[in-house]
Each structure stands twice: as structure tokens, then as C-alpha cells.
Design a protein around this ligand. Structure first.
Ligand code: FES
Ligand SMILES: [Fe+2]
Length: 450
């Protein structure tokens, strides 16, 4: 049984005939020249996530987002709107802010120029000493575009880029039933990794690796490609929708506790009532939908209010081109983003933001694929060096930990003359699609921008 709710813009993400099908030469995973081209033609053109909307509450609250060699400041204005500009003083370039905070204005640490929240120059020493004219009231910090969606702050350095809602299309429509802005970021972790950033774009574009790399997942989320739905969208984004039930192909040995039992019990369903494994999986999954639909309100799961049958139980995982993974299930919301290192094409940063919905009476969030519950409270930023796994040992119950472990081997393989070109399964079609779209950007033809 397979869900068939499909957006009209979605094309079959499992059919390689839907691609141009460019080769994927390995040099792009380590070449400095390729990295420079990505900066010029990709990173300066797309929309980036800068933070969460709830980080900017009062006028003067600001966040800083560093991306490769660039840095931007995004501030809350007096009228409640958001404004962004490059983090460089208009006098002689000094960086204005290093970290998030709250100010009335930005005072440059070099010569003391004072910039207002709106980016205009408000004051400077010796205003009458400028032969070319008083800079106050004349100079402004250079803007970046800022917009919001899904409780997230987005920015783009490109004046010509489509509006955010068009850039993301049709995801804002696809996810309209979710209440992302109500979530609490319970994990806010950045890990420094030794691998090109595109490892992550490739990795999140397929679930073919899950059985091997993440054996804990199939007993919870069905990993079978023939029960999943694969979607690709014109702007380069893509999704997989997997059924929120165990795969029939992956059985926990008889007598061992099955993790799906806990999921059923949480919704008042007795897993013992099913005569065999097949009916527990298939009927239990339907019973789970029914229970969620009838009990959400009394259990305080107010964020279920508008969710459809599919959204109540399934696991849709989207990749927002080029560097964001977006997991929006009924019970959690995760955003991963991966950023290139400014100087080294074989390093990157991986951001893990896990969001939970506050539910009255519940103080801990249990991710269905992780072991350890996490307190439902806003987390502080936590930076880690991967360091052969030593820097992230406490996160070893996380699915992405197993992906981090693959980085070193992938980096090494891409350097080998023994590797030329991937040999892809149909369920990995989105991997090649990612590179087709990347090539479109690098040749100056990003989707839908003419
Ligand atoms: S560089 Fe900022 S005041 Fe001189
Ligand atoms: Fe993975």
C-alpha cells in the first residue's frame, strides 16, 4: 500500500528518464577551482537560512550568519520587520558584529562610526573632516534580502533571485498544514567535518543507504523503495515520503521488543492484539492514524489540528536545493544544513536543528529514531569538532552520527583514480538530479530565473 497524494508540480523522483543526466565527475568533491565557481554562481544566488524567527523578538535583536567568507547581520526593526545587510562597515570594512545580540545601533570598533538598525549611518567622529561631504545621512550598509518561512529567517545575496516563496515552490504549499513556528529548537549543534559539502546533498537525496548505515530505522520507518513516494520539483528541491510503519522486509528477531510497539502503546493501542507481524504493521499503522485523529486534542497535540492522514504518520524528508534537509513529521521538525568551509573544499560544517512541539504535560521530546529523550527547551548553540567521532560521542544515538562516520571514507574514495562515476539505482535518481541543477547554476542557467 502506498500513499498517492502528490502535488501537481511533482515529477517522479525515481525515474532517471526525467533527468538530463549529466555525469558526476569526482573532481567536484575536492577541486578548489570548482569551489570558487560554486561561490560565484551558486552560493551568491540562492536563499540561505540565517536563523529562527523567534530569535528576533524585540527591535534591535540581531543575528549574524557567516557563510564561507561572507557574513550578514539580520536585525529586527522598530516596525517589527526584518532587515539584513553585509557585516562590513561602510567606512573601511571592519566587521560590525561577531555574534547574536541586542543593540540600539551598531558602533564600529575601529573608528566609532554608528550605524542605525535600518543600516543608515547615524553618526561618526569629525563629521566636518570629509572633503567629499558629511557621510551621516548619506551612507548605508549594503542590504541583503530577507524573508521568512516555516519559522525560519532566510536571506539571499542576489537582488535578482526569485522571491523566497517562488524559490521554495511548492514546498510552502506542500507543508501548509504544519505549525513550524510553534516549535522549540531542542538541539542546535554544528559539527565541523572532513568532507566536501556535497556529500550531504547526495546523502539526503537517497534512502538506499539506510538499511546498511542506519539499521535502527527500518523497524520504525519503512525503507522499502516500492512503498515510498519520490518527488522532484522544478526549482531543484525534492522529497521522499516513507511510510511511518515498520518495513515488512526488516524484522526484529522473534522475542525481542519491537520499537513500533512503543509507538502504538503511546496512542493507547495494544500491540499484542494483532495475530501476526504483518497485521501489526499494516493494521497497526492504520489504527495509529485513527487513534491520532480521535485523541490529538485530549492529549494536547494541538499541532495535529490541520494534518492529513498522510501527515499524521508518514515521514516526508525534503531536500531544499542545494544544502538543506527538511524533515517535517507530525511530531517533530528537523532542519539540517551543510555549509562549505571557506578555504578547504574537503571540509564542511553540518548544522543540526531539531525542533519539537510543546505539548502540555510533556517535558521531553522523543525522536522516533533516537534513543535518548531531549528536554523541550530552547537550546544554546553548540559547536563541535568531529575529530574521528571523539567530539560527538554523546550524539551517537542520532541517525546522522552514522552519516558523519561515512565522511572520511567518502573523501578518500573521491580522491581515488579507481572511482570514475556513480552507478545509480532508480531510487538514487535524485542524486543525479541534484548535480544537474548544480550544473545549471554553475553555467549561469538556474531554474526559472529568465
Ligand atoms: S572601519 Fe568602521 S569606523 Fe572605520
Ligand atoms: Fe543517512
Amino acid at each position: 500500500m502506498r500513499a498517492d497524494v502528490k502535488h501537481p508540480l511533482a515529477i517522479d523522483g525515481k525515474n532517471p528518464n526525467n533527468l538530463r543526466g549529466d555525469p558526476i565527475p569526482r573532481e567536484r568533491y575536492y577541486s578548489r577551482e570548482f569551489m570558487a565557481r560554486e561561490w560565484e554562481r551558486l552560493w551568491t544566488k540562492v536563499w540561505h537560512i540565517g536563523g529562527r524567527v523567534n530569535q528576533l523578538v524585540e527591535p534591535g535583536d540581531f543575528i549574524v550568519d557567516d557563510f564561507m567568507h561572507e557574513s550578514v547581520i539580520i536585525t529586527k526593526q522598530k516596525d517589527g520587520s526584518l532587515k539584513g545587510y553585509y557585516n562590513a562597515c561602510g567606512h573601511r570594512a571592519q566587521r560590525l558584529a561577531w555574534d547574536k545580540g541586542s543593540v540600539d545601533h551598531f558602533t564600529c570598533s575601529y573608528h566609532g562610526w554608528t550605524w542605525g538598525l535600518d543600516g543608515g549611518l547615524k553618526d561618526c567622529p569629525d563629521r566636518d573632516d570629509f572633503p567629499q561631504g558629511d557621510p551621516v545621512g548619506k551612507l548605508k550598509l549594503i542590504d541583503v534580502r530577507v524573508d521568512t518561512w516555516a519559522g525560519l529567517i532566510w536571506y539571499s545575496m542576489d537582488k535578482e533571485a526569485p522571491e523566497l516563496i517562488d524559490y521554495l515552490a511548492p514546498l510552502p504549499e506542500v507543508y501548509k498544514n504544519h505549525q513550524f513556528e510553534k516549535t522549540v529548537r531542542v538541539q542546535w549543534i554544528r559539527v565541523a567535518l572532513d568532507c566536501n559539502w556535497k556529500f550531504w546533498s547526495d546523502n539526503f537525496a537517497e534512502s538506499y543507504h539506510t538499511r546498511t548505515a542506519h539499521p535502527q530505522v527500518p523497524p520504525i520507518i519503512d525503507q522499502d523503495h516500492f512503498t515510498s513516494r519520490y518527488e522532484m520539483f522544478p526549482m531543484g528541491h525534492a522529497r521522499i515520503i516513507q511510510m511511518g510503519r515498520p518495513s515488512l522486509r526488516d524484522r526484529v528477531p522473534e522475542g525481542e521488543p519491537h520499537p513500533f510497539d512503543q509507538v502504538l502503546q503511546r496512542w493507547g493501542i495494544n500491540p499484542k492484539k494483532y495475530p501476526d507481524y504483518e497485521s501489526k504493521v499494516m493494521q497497526g499503522w492504520l489504527d495509529l492514524k485513527k487513534a491520532k485523529k480521535s485523541l490529538w486534542k485530549e492529549k494536547g497535540y494541538l499541532h495535529y489540528e490541520n494534518l492529513t492522514d498522510e501527515e499524521l504518520t508518514e515521514s516526508p524528508f525534503a531536500e531544499i536545493f542545494p544544502n538543506i534537509a527538511f524533515g517535517a513529521s507530525a511530531d517533530s521538525f528537523s532542519v539540517f544544513r551543510w555549509l562549505p568551509h571557506p578555504d578547504d573544499p574537503e571540509k564542511c560544517f553540518f548544522d543540526m536543528w531539531s525542533m519539537a512541539y510543546p505539548v502540555e504535560g510533556e517535558s521531553e521530546f522523543v525522536n522516533r529514531t533516537a534513543l535518548n529523550p531531549i528536554a523541550i527547551e530552547e537550546a544554546e548553540f553548540d559547536f563541535r569538532e568531529y575529530n574521528n567521532g571523539e567530539g560527538v560521542q554523546d550524539l551517537s544515538d542520532q541517525v546522522v552520527y552514522q552519516d558523519w562516520q561515512l565522511n572520511a571514507g567518502q573523501k578518500s574514495g573521491w580522491r581515488s583514480r579507481g572511482y570514475q562515476e556513480p552507478y545509480l539505482a532508480a531510487q538514487e535518481t535524485r542524486v543525479r538530479r541534484f548535480h544537474d541543477i548544480l550544473n545549471d547554476y554553475l553555467t549561469g542557467n538556474p531554474p526559472n530565473q529568465h
